[in-house]
Design a binder for this molecule. Structure first.
Ligand code: SF4
Length: 107
């Protein structure tokens, strides 16, 4: 998976179909591989990552926040090299930094 919304919750009161949950997200209407450069690693300044992040700036705020938080929960405390793609407008390095900041604040 490259750029694209995180999976929607499938159980509980938040359960929505994927298309219902992410209606209006610009990435659902573009190349899902946009968030990946060649190969498996994502480099913050690669043209595709920059383009993916730009697309995310046009995503409704509630979707963008949900996308980021679902990705953050799924990725846990992984280092940047263990994270892939753009979610919530953040690349793997930015999400790893955010996770580290959150861990520091919580301790
Ligand atoms: S924040 Fe970006 S990746 Fe997430 S749903 Fe919106 S456009 Fe897609």
């Amino acid at each position: 998976m490259g750029l694209g919304p995180s999976p929607a919750p499938t159980t509980g009161s938040d359960a929505l179909s994927w298309s219902e949950r992410w209606a209006g997200a610009p990435c659902t209407e573009t190349d899902p591989d946009l968030g990946f450069p060649e190969g498996t690693r994502t480099y913050p300044n690669s043209p595709r990552i920059v383009a993916a992040k730009k697309l995310c700036t046009n995503c409704p705020l509630d979707l963008r926040e949900a996308c980021l938080e679902i990705a953050m929960a799924a990725e846990g405390t992984l280092i940047a090299d263990g994270r892939f793609g753009v979610y919530g407008g953040l690349d793997p390095h930015q999400r790893a930094q955010l996770a580290a900041r959150r861990t520091a604040v919580a301790s």
